[in-house]
Design a protein around this ligand. Structure first.
Ligand SMILES: Nc1ncnc2c1ncn2[C@@H]1O[C@H](COP(=O)(O)OP(=O)(O)OP(=O)(O)O)[C@@H](O)[C@H]1O
Ligand SMILES: [Mg+2]
Length: 263
């Protein structure tokens, strides 16, 4: 299987501080990765490298077979779908949900004419339907709840038929029902053989969708553990990662973690 992402000794340095330090990590086709780590660990920084929006200060990053710095990122970017908070802020609030997803097909954040291919519109509707957004097609993006906005962003990220899908905390801010609904939908996507390779950042093991195959744990810019979920998602690794004693348990095809009671 070919590498979707291959980072070798990647560091990102700002103001003399390494936000990400000597990260070597590879993601193969078909793998679905969850990135776990505390606030400020460097998770979003790593996704920004993977999305080709941030160049490493040192080391090499190959994305979908092309090395960052040697490839025209404008050819690369349409092959990568990214859903995160930064994107939500760039999108016009008055645009409808359908338009918000449709504009992704044209690589822009605002509508520039009203005529889209019927094929694109059908695709946009289908992605929104998969994410349970059919009732909201004509609502403006600015009026959506946090959860509805997250689901719209994921549909939008799927629109260019990406080979790599990057999700930065897709379940943050959702209520319990919204989280469970999203985790289920992402789980369905993760198990779809035709779905893109996926990398999802999260703070909570409860949010790792079934079907996710690998986990990367990062703390203070350094990788602590990387590999198959069943091998690496251990109490020991998680405790080390978050800096307190934690017990992780598998419940069916999901995970849960809690701190040990204070003695
Ligand atoms: N442009 C920048 N200049 C200086 N420091 C930065 C810059 N961007 C990010 N940082 C710092 O780098 C560290 C890692 O940031 P990053 O956003 O990758 O963390 P994160 O793991 O995504 O955290 P969170 O869980 O809070 O989203 C943080 O301490 C942040 O303040
Ligand atoms: Mg972040």
């Amino acid at each position: 299987m070919s590498d979707v992402l291959e980072l070798v000794d990647v560091s990102v340095v700002r103001d003399g501080r390494a936000l990400v330090e000597d990260v070597s990590w590879s993601v193969k086709e078909g793998e679905r990765w969850a990135i776990l780590g505390p606030n400020g660990a460097g998770k979003t920084t790593l996704l920004n490298v993977a999305s080709s929006y941030l160049y490493p200060s040192s080391g090499t990053a190959r994305i979908l077979g092309d090395q960052l710095g040697k490839v025209d990122v404008f050819d690369l970017r349409p092959r990568i779908g990214m859903a995160g908070i930064a994107m939500a802020e760039k999108l016009p609030k008055r645009q409808t949900v359908l338009q918000t997803v449709l504009t992704a097909a044209y690589g822009m954040t605002a509508t520039w004419h009203e005529r889209y291919d019927a094929v694109d519109e059908d695709r946009a509707r289908a992605f929104l339907d998969r994410l349970g957004m059919t009732e909201y097609l004509d609502r403006t993006f600015g009026t959506l709840s946090e959860g509805e906005r997250k689901r719209t962003l994921i549909a939008r990220a799927m629109m260019t038929d990406p080979e790599l899908l990057l999700l930065d905390e897709p379940a943050a801010g959702l209520d319990l029902g919204g989280r469970e609904d999203l985790v289920r939908r992402l789980g369905r996507l993760a198990r779809d053989a035709y779905a893109p390779s996926m990398i999802m950042v999260t703070h909570h093991v409860e949010e790792i969708p079934p079907g996710f195959t690998h986990v990367l744990m990062i703390r203070q810019g350094k990788v602590l553990a990387a590999g198959p979920v069943e091998m690496e998602l251990t109490s020991r690794n998680l405790s080390h990662c978050f800096g307190l004693p934690l017990v992780v348990e598998r419940v069916g095809d999901r995970y849960t973690a809690q701190g040990l009671p204070l003695s």
